[in-house]
Design a protein around this ligand. Structure first.
Ligand code: HEM
Length: 413
């Protein structure tokens, strides 16, 4: 593939400095808005049919331009107008996404992977339907519906939400009001610290339902932000990012880079490569290929989930009973055993289903045994269901049921 930079004959650092001028000057610091326009351009993506996404810059057209979720975003598009005039060969789609990526860096955040190569749609015929972006008044299930549609995982949802460390809500745009952090022009992990460390109460006002911090009454959270704290699968990532800013930066850079490339694989060959490496890793785990797994783990995103199933490498190894990989995946790769696939199963659900006793024993101490899959089954429920007549590996399943019953009893103590 020809490198898009070569085609443009352009130094990205020069383009970035022009963008910097447009975003940060005597009149304005528009970096938070730049981050948001890039996210709204890309976040309409639907992984099932490939519609929406950052390619095309379709927000220039109706109906996307007047999607209420995009209220106010024409300002940033206008701010970038001069850069576009100077570099007509750079598409709007590339310019918006590069501005979003660069804005994070300008405000002290990590470098976001970004490659040029998106093209602009000639008209609005490829505009996605309005309503694909998240509705802040809802909760965890809604976030999963929206972000899973894009192919994002729970971990990525939480990492991406950390962008709310920047900027603020405007009454005139979203109807919400206030900022999430004391310094909305600094990219750091304060959003997560505030979410965890402060107490949040409903703001007493006539406006939309939103939360105010009890300690100072000066900061705000949206209902969707609060759901990250209250949802048992999201919360561990909030805690992780609140105590470990480096982990947040690393995960945010990967997730935001992935987001900006949605619907534009030609723009992001390195991201496509990363996805491929992650898929190869999961497949090696499925086949139990020890050496290959360890080799691939050095250079790929080990947390990556399969797009259509939400399954991690740990699910794959546990499903096939590859006992020799479990410790490595949980301890060395730090794959979260509580991640649930799109059926709601944890890796332990899979091990229990097939009576992989030793795998289940390893996963048991690190998995929340109360987690239920989409059928409402805990791991114990699955083990009992699959130990009924006709299933295989009966004696192992029976022993496993005993152990699971004990751990359920212990978890109630
Ligand atoms: C998780 C679901 C999300 C919801 C429900 C949500 C909702 C909102 C709302 C209501 C605003 C206020 C807009 C205004 O009044 O100007 C806002 C602002 C913002 N959002 Fe989100 N957002 C979400 C995710 C994201 C993501 C994934 C990013 C980027 C990675 C992001 C970046 C921002 C930024 C930077 C602002 C501040 C904009 C400014 O200061 O002008 N948000 N968001």
């Amino acid at each position: 593939m020809t490198c898009p930079m070569k085609k443009y004959d352009l130094n990205p650092e020069v383009l970035k400095s022009e963008i910097r001028q447009a975003l940060i000057n005597q009149k304005v610091n528009a970096c938070p808005m730049a981050c948001r326009v890039a996210w709204h351009a890309a976040g309409t993506y639907d992984a099932k049919d490939g519609t929406g996404g950052s390619n095309g810059a379709t927000m220039r057209f109706e109906p996307e331009d007047s999607d209420p979720a995009n209220a106010g975003l024409s300002i940033i598009r206008d701010l970038l107008h001069e850069v576009k005039l100077k570099y007509p060969q750079v598409s709007h789609a590339d310019l918006w996404t590069l501005a979003g990526a660069a804005a994070i860096e300008f405000l002290g955040g990590p470098k976001i992977p970004h490659i040029l190569g998106r093209t602009d749609a000639p008209n609005g015929t490829t505009c996605p339907a309005n309503g694909r972006l998240p509705d802040a008044s809802q909760g965890a299930q809604h976030l999963r519906d929206v972000f899973y549609r894009m192919g994002m995982s729970d971990r990525e949802i939480v990492a991406l939400s950390g962008a709310h460390t920047l900027g603020r809500c405007h009454l005139t745009r979203s109807g919400y009001d206030g900022k999430w952090t004391d310094n909305p022009l600094k990219f750091d992990n304060s959003y997560f610290k505030n979410l965890i460390e402060r107490d949040w109460k409903l703001r007493p006002w006539d406006g939309k339902e939103q939360f105010t911090d009890v300690q100072t009454g000066t900061l705000m959270m949206l209902p969707t932000d609060i759901s990250l704290k209250t949802d048992p699968q999201f919360r561990p990532y909030v805690e992780l990012y609140a105590r470990d800013e480096a982990a947040f930066f690393q995960d945010f850079a990967a997730a935001y880079g992935k987001l900006l490339g949605l619907g534009a694989p030609q723009a992001c060959p390195h991201l496509a490569q990363q996805e491929k490496a992650s898929a190869d890793f999961r497949e090696a785990c499925m086949h139990g290929h020890d050496e290959e797994v360890r080799q691939l783990a050095k250079s790929c995103n080990v947390h990556g989930m399969e797009g259509h199933s939400g399954r991690t490498a740990l699910h794959k190894a546990a499903f096939w009973g590859h006992i020799h990989l479990i410790n490595f995946l949980v301890k060395d790769c730090q794959i979260d055993p509580n991640v649930r696939d799109y059926n709601g199963d944890t890796a332990l659900h899979d091990a229990a289903r097939f009576g992989h006793e030793e795998v289940a024993e390893m996963l048991l101490p690190v998995t929340d045994v109360n987690l239920q899959n989409n059928l409402g089954q805990t791991v114990l429920g699955v083990a009992i269901e699959y130990s009924k007549d006709g299933g295989g590996n009966m004696s192992a399943k029976k022993r496993l049921i005993k152990k699971l019953e004990n751990s359920h009893n212990n978890s109630k103590l």
